[in-house]
Design a protein around this ligand. Sequence first.
Ligand code: ADP
Length: 464
Amino acid sequence: MRILFASSEVAPFSKTGGLGDVAFALPAALAERGHEMVVLSPLYGCVERERHRLEPMGISLPEGRIWAAPREAGLLFAFLEAPAFDRPGIYGEGGDYPDNAARFGTFSKSLFPAARALNFFPDILHLNDWQTAPATLFSEGVPTVLTIHNLGYQGLFPMAEAPILFGREEIPEAWTHYDQLAFLKGGIATADLVTTVSPTYAEEIRQTELGFGLGDVLRARGERLVGILNGIDTRVWDPATDPHLAENFTRAERRGKRACKRALQEEMALPVDEEAFLVGMVTRIAGQKGFDLLLAVLGELLEREIQLVVLGSGDPAMEAALRAFRDRHPERLALRFAFDEALAHRIYAGCDAFLMPSSYEPCGLAQLYALRYGALPIVRSTGGLRDTVRDGETGFSFEAYRPEALREAIFRALACFGDREGWEAMVDRGMGEDFSWSRSAAAYEQAYAALLPSPAVAPAPPSW
Ligand code: ADP
């Protein structure tokens, strides 16, 4: 099949979170299965063109040129240039850019003209999140798949922005939500198939408040809404070969992990202590990620033999609250407010445990990287965290979104860490889990195939 895959971020070119990783790894896995993939994304000012060897393709749209990364078999990463994308941020700097409706509305409209210019005629158009959801309006009869990576971000804008999508025509109700223009909602109502990134999240958004006001629209899609678990790119995320680590290690030979722990403690200016229980977080600092729970129990945690390393950026008030704890316990809490891909790898590799007390989590990739790097996840049992972490076997999970429940899970992990044999047996099991893309890519493939017109029945052979 020929698949046009559109995403507002694609790692390593641009990334704010899990969507970027998926938009690289899923198309790569599908290309490996023999499909022809073109991935289209905006060319932001922050994309490092030289480092990634991007070149203009000699093709222009009205907004600007089309650039591309070196082509691989069956896989092209192409980038649309436009003045509105030529800024340091992806979605904003500090807050959202005020013209995001125009930026991504226009991008959604440009997908087919760009594909045509590339001489690529897709069988399937695969869209991701609100930023490309409006492309269902411009799909030229090609079946569309929309993947929801996070229903918490819906692309709601003032109605005055509607002409970007509808010109002077009337706005169909599907594209409005309480008098706002609703990018994601419109896509959910009109895509041929809606997927989300874990089976549990697919149920939660239908059945609970995690539908964020779109429960009816989601339920109305019936069997046309399915959950397919995300995978991870096991070549990029492999402790045996990862170039960012102090020492490499494998499931069978984990001595290198001890060196990674020491190196991380040094890098983050924590006391180098093999016995300390080193817990990591690599995350957007946002309400969704459970910082209110963490802040409620942090004082108590830092009284114990726990070291916590947090790499993240986001909400300034939460960052300030974390800083206040760090100033009281600099030997226990280390903070880095930045987006730092290399340090992220070193945290997964160096930590004993990895914390994700999310209020909700569509899939979560961080816990999957942690498992592969031998850091046992401590997670709230929600969405993809529920689908990927086995309590007491590959990690520790808690149900209620309450500080006591988080505290109990962390102390349970700490007690378990004291029993080295039991702990190492869990690490071994965790590192043995397979979350590579192979299974999920096959599931997408089947989902695409079901949308294609069935091949014409072969005509009966002539009877003479
Ligand atoms: P979400 O998509 O909700 O942010 P995921 O767990 O699915 O959460 O994906 C997060 C991805 O972003 C992971 O690859 C994680 O390593 C990365 N990440 C998050 N924050 C940072 C940061 N500050 N620096 C580097 N990588 C980060």
